[in-house]
Design a protein. Structure first.
Length: 149
């Protein structure tokens, strides 16, 4: 819902920006919310990416911040998953098998990104946020309807 509200506001006020000074004040709350959501569901992007996008970070800084956020979440979550018995030898092997494809995708993405202007990047992030919010709502609404019945 927060992402949908943000998208609506950005469409209504395209120049809306969260000032850096205010962003620094909200960073601990956003970090806690993203971490809580990531720990509970494995999904932290809707909060973190919306926050970074609202600050209108330049593309390189945006990518660095989101990458750092996901790296830190993963580093913190790995030991917890191991302790809970969720992280198994098979899951580690599957993850390692995917690393070459991830590296290739990152390399190709970096090449493509050099040819993408800031406005297109901004709209692409909005599109990804909309898709993510839509996907989450698509999964949640049937559950809510069944539990309400």
């Amino acid at each position: 819902m927060i992402v949908a509200l943000y998208l609506g506001q950005r469409l209504r006020y395209p120049d809306m920006t969260l000032p850096r000074k205010m962003g620094r004040k909200f960073a601990p709350v956003i970090g806690f919310g993203s971490g809580l959501l990531h720990g509970a569901t494995g999904i932290s992007g809707p909060i973190g990416i919306t926050f970074f996008h609202a600050m209108r970070l330049p593309r390189a800084e945006f990518i660095f911040c989101t990458g750092t956020m996901f790296l830190l979440f993963s580093m913190l979550q790995l030991p917890m998953l191991g302790y809970a018995g969720i992280l198994t030898k098979d899951s580690i092997l599957i993850g390692l098998a995917g690393l070459p494809a991830v590296a290739a995708g990152l390399s190709l993405g970096n090449v493509i990104a050099k040819h993408v202007n800031a406005r297109f990047f901004d709209h692409l992030v909005l599109l990804i946020l909309a898709f993510t919010a839509g996907t989450i709502l698509w999964r949640v609404i049937p559950i809510l309807l069944v539990s309400a019945a």
